[in-house]
Design a protein around this ligand. Structure first.
Ligand SMILES: [Zn+2]
Length: 121
């Protein structure tokens, strides 16, 4: 994909995340791009650092609506709390914030679905 398109998507995702942090009163939370897990991850949430990450490699793979849904999936982790994992509470939050999270897991790989929660390391 053209580099310019990637940069445009990055800016749009940053702005989307910023709006959502405000909407959910997630003070001091940050959205960042990562290249730590290019093969195994789309995004991940680190509550201890108040950071939601998206893998750079993910951006070229999906269109903006899917990328936004991946971001929302990570927001759901942040809001539901780490103990919720991908359980009932997590899915409830997904529904509330308009994330297809529970279904989306079938469409894209979730970092945690590899059995490795960032907050359990
Ligand atoms: Zn997840």
């Amino acid at each position: 994909m053209h580099k310019l398109r990637i940069e445009t998507k990055k800016r749009q995702l940053e702005s989307f995340a910023k709006t959502k942090f405000k909407e959910y009163a997630m003070n001091k939370w940050q959205f960042k791009f990562s290249d730590e897990y290019p093969k195994s991850s789309c995004g991940h949430c680190v509550p201890e650092w108040k950071i939601i990450f998206m893998e750079i490699s993910t951006i070229a793979k999906y269109k903006l609506p899917t990328l936004k849904d991946i971001v929302l999936h990570e927001f759901a982790h942040a809001i539901a709390g780490k103990k919720a994992m991908h359980g009932k509470e997590f899915r409830k939050v997904c529904k509330q914030i308009g994330c297809k999270g529970n279904r989306a897991n079938n469409n894209y790989e979730c970092y945690e679905l590899r059995g490795k929660f960032s907050w359990q390391e």
